[in-house]
Design a protein around this ligand. Sequence first.
Ligand code: SAM
Ligand code: ZN
Length: 279
Amino acid sequence: MMNNAIDILACPECLGDLSVEAGKTLQCTKCNKIIEIIDDVLMMQDKVQPSFFDMPCELLLEGEKSEALWSFSHLNQSKIIEKELKQGDKILDIGCGRTVYYSRPEGANVIAIDPSFPSMRENKMADIRVCSNAERLPVQSNKISAAIYFYAIHHFVGNNMDINKENVQKALSECRRILQPGGSIFIIEMTLNPWASKLQSLYWNAGRKLLKERLDAFMYTKEEIIQTLESNKFTPLKESYLSFNTQAFKFIPVILRFPWIKIPKILVPTTSTLFHWVK
Ligand SMILES: C[S@@+](CC[C@H](N)C(=O)[O-])C[C@H]1O[C@@H](n2cnc3c(N)ncnc32)[C@H](O)[C@@H]1O
Ligand SMILES: [Zn+2]
C-alpha cells in the first residue's frame, strides 16, 4: 500500500513527493511534513470537522433497504462507470464514503478520499484510503485516469452559497490538475429543476445560519454543473449528461437524515444525472 501510495499521492501542504519512513509513516521530501497513518488511513486533512457521514447512513450502505431509491440513484450509474473503466486505471473516488459501488477491471486501483475518518476506516473496498477533501487533493499532477464524484459535490459546502460554488470550482480545478490528459471525470448528482434551484437560493443562506453544519447540502442544476465543467476546460464525451429517472409514483426517501420521509417521485424536483467529461 505504502509504495503504491507514494507513486500517486503528494504532500497535502506543498504537493511535494512523499517517501516511506521507517516502513510505517510517509514524509514529504520537500517540507518534511509527516503523514500519520491510522488504521491504514492516510491522515492528510488540515482540520477535522465532525459530519453526518461519520455515522453509517443505512440508505447509502444497504441500498436494498430502499430498492426504489437504489435503482434510481446508484444501480445503472455504477454499471456505466464499470463499462468505462479500463485495466490498470488509477481511479480517484472523491467523497467515496464507506464503500465502492462499482467493480473495477484487473489491475485498476481505487484511491478513496473523504474527510470523514470513520468512513475511510470502514471502507475496505478501496486500495488506498485518504482522509482529505476535494478542494485540495493531496495527489500528484497528471497521474489519475478517472476521477469519480458519486453524490459528493453537493456536500462541498461552506457558510454561504458563494463559498459553496467556489468550493466546487476549486474541486474541479484540482481535478483537472490531477487527471492525465484524456482522463475522465464522472460526476453523479441529484440535479435540481430550475424552479427548485431558485427556491433553494431564497432560503439557503438563512437556513445555514440557523442550522449551521446540519445544513450540509447545496444542490445544483445540470446547467450549473456543465458551466463549471466548461470553465475548467473539460470536454463532454458523447453527450454532456445522462439522466436517470424512476416511476412517477414510486415512493422514495429524499433526505438521508430522515429516511422514513418518502415522497412519490413525481413530487421530487431532482433527477439523477451522470456527467462523463474528459480532460
Ligand atoms: C452523499 S455521501 C456519498 C457517498 C458515496 N460516494 C455514495 O455515493 O454513496 C457524500 C460524501 O461526501 C463526503 N464529503 C463531504 N464534504 C467533502 C469534501 N469537501 N470533499 C470530499 N468529500 C466530501 C462526505 O463525507 C460523504 O462521504
Ligand atoms: Zn510538503
